[in-house]
Design a protein around this ligand. Structure first.
Ligand SMILES: Nc1nc2c(ncn2[C@@H]2O[C@H](COP(=O)(O)OP(=O)(O)OP(=O)(O)O)[C@@H](O)[C@H]2O)c(=O)[nH]1
Length: 255
């Protein structure tokens, strides 16, 4: 049974900061956001977690293996080095959508994202070490079949981007509402999905749905693990099996 630990990271009072005392240069905001993401991704990644940039002012991380002290150190380190601070909500659950929803509620109850007095909140709970198992995290790594031959080498770069984003948008909505999963575009033609306990049939159904709806063909490798890294790494290996064997769905634990 999965038990996903999800952290919502929210920049405190960021909207007002971007326009005070007057609107800040857009290139500077983009640079700040991408550097902040890079630092958070490295900190969480070094401890076995995955961070997704999502909307940049709100990031979502799978943090199985990180305790509350790790979260506090992250906040302190960012607060020391950036002109902005982070509030964090952490929650756990057998279904990652529920866990994220609980993490969100924790922050919302602590105050608005644009409340001057809500700074560096840390709310929630983690999975204790002695309760962690090798099946806590399930990650599915989706990829567009032959994106290079069908899109990248054929269409102009923007039209390729539209096709890939259409596939992502359809998959993300379907996995959220049909399978209680959180999907994140991670670059190129790749989408990483944080899932509850799903099996072969659900993944095959999702791929069929996206193909039917937007005519984008996907393959998926799925892995399980104690941390996001362990599950995601297993998923990457399963995806390599799809590529080698021409299969659409590979579950690492069944190979
Ligand atoms: N984030 C991330 N991006 C990847 C990964 N693998 C590939 N990519 C991206 O996806 C792009 C396309 O690579 P592939 O998916 O290997 O190419 P493809 O043409 O779709 O070929 P097949 O996947 O074999 O059908 C690359 O340029 C990368 O940007 C990965 O594991 N993680």
């Amino acid at each position: 049974m999965t038990n996903t630990q999800v952290t919502l990271l929210q920049i405190d009072n960021y909207g007002p900061w971007t326009v005070t005392p007057e609107p800040r240069r857009e290139a500077d905001l983009q640079t700040l956001q991408s550097r902040l993401y890079a630092d958070v991704s490295q900190f969480v990644g070094n401890r076995g977690g995955y961070t997704f940039f999502t909307r940049f002012d709100n990031m979502i991380a799978v943090t199985n293996g990180l305790d509350l002290e790790d979260h506090r150190v992250l906040q302190e380190s960012i607060g020391n080095r950036y002109p902005v601070t982070l509030s964090l909500g952490v929650a756990t659950g057998t279904d990652p959508v529920h866990a994220l929803s609980d993490a969100t509620t924790r922050l919302q109850e602590a105050g608005s994202a644009q409340d001057e007095d809500r700074r560096e909140c840390l709310e929630g709970r983690i999975i204790e070490d002695d309760h962690r198992t090798d099946e806590d995290v399930q990650i599915a790594h989706f990829d567009v079949i032959n994106a290079t031959g069908n899109y990248t080498d054929e269409l102009n770069a923007f039209d390729t981007f539209i096709e890939i984003e259409q596939g992502y948008a359809e998959l993300m909505r379907h996995m959220r509402y049909a399978h209680d999963s959180l999907s994140f575009f991670v670059g190129g033609d790749n989408v990483i999905v944080v899932c509850p306990d799903l099996g072969y049939d659900e993944y095959e159904e999702a791929i069929g749905h996206v193909e039917e709806a937007v005519d984008v063909s996907l393959q998926v490798g799925v892995g399980r693990g104690k941390s996001a890294h362990d599950a995601g790494f297993a998923a990457k290996h399963a995806l390599e099996t799809c590529r080698a064997d021409g299969t659409r769905v590979e579950l690492e634990w069944e190979s």
